[in-house]
Design a binder for this molecule. Sequence first.
Ligand SMILES: NC(=O)CC[C@H](N)C(=O)O
Length: 395
Amino acid sequence: MGGNGVGPPWATNDARLVLEDGSVWEGRAFGARGTELGEVVFNTSITGYQEILTDPSYKGQFVVYTHPHIGNTGVNFGDMESEKAHLGGIIVRDLSCVVSNYRSTMTLDQYCKEQGVLGIANVDTRAITMRLRDTGCLNGVISDDLSVPVEELLARCKSWTIVGKDLIKEVSCKEPYEWDGSTEDEWEFNPAARASNGTKPFHVVAYDYGIKHNILRRLASLGCRITVVPADYPAKKVLEMNPDGVFLSNGPGDPSAVPYAVKNVQEVLGQKPVFGICMGHQILGQAVGGATFKLKFGHHGGNHPIRFNESGRIEISAQNHNYAVDPETLPADIEVSHINLNDGTCAGMLARPLKAMSIQYHPEASPGPHDSDVCFEQFIDMMKAERGMPVAAAA
Ligand SMILES: NC(=O)CC[C@H](N)C(=O)O
């Protein structure tokens, strides 16, 4: 029906998900066919499956969508977070057989086929999620080759780890480029996109660790002209551009596996205002002398509560990370500015003397709560202060 799919629920299973703990989940294949290996995480967002698929931070991972209906709104090309899909596989309960959205140009099944993303549907995503909560993240293999013995797929799961891998080099741009938001019509669905009336008074250099388009859209809509540079772009060349600020993006994999990125940030720190999101926050944490560690199953969803310590304000936030900065390792002059209220982990940092701030979560998330959008404005204020421009008093 409708081409989005896996056939009727009574159809015979033709794919398997094998997890590192030996559990086997049979379901129906959709999207690309074959065998793929990845780290399995669950995401509790109700909407945004397309943004998740195209967020480069998910490279090397499979996502279990806990929302039971996935695919309902098809796929459109205005909401992409990057040029292509980065997830290796997606695991869903029901792949909607009906697509209903006037913006949709193809089905999720077609998109996954085209992008080489393996899908498995009709599996018990609640049971898988509860297992991941108990055991922590597990490696998994999705395969439509039923002739391969489970032991072989299990051995593949156990032979691999995402820990220590530099995945940023696989997603970062190869050459600097100017972000031309206007080619994406500055996102007609975002009224704030018109806030800057098309003027771009600030120049930001963005280190691309796997940058999401919506971060670029938000910065552009607040009046930033953005030069995006590769993760290994020398800090010296960044400073030669004399930007108003330097942005550190989100990105995939283990933050402790990219010492070259940390070194670049160290060289920029103190010279220009710096703002980091997620991987950018983790790299900033290391640049000031701290360390990161791996969480049990990470934070992936659209309703995580955060406390901004200075005012006590609570924000509901979108999150997607498996690592965190260990606050015990931070020097005394670096403040933990935000706390994740679910598990007390460090969710933001402020390095006042260095004019740097960062958050572990996603103010740009779309769809997602916009409570933390104020962080972009704080970055703009830092750049204004640097230029001696008047800055509105914080609310
Ligand atoms: N979204 C991100 O930038 C993720 C950062 C890092 N890869 C983590 O999993 O913690």
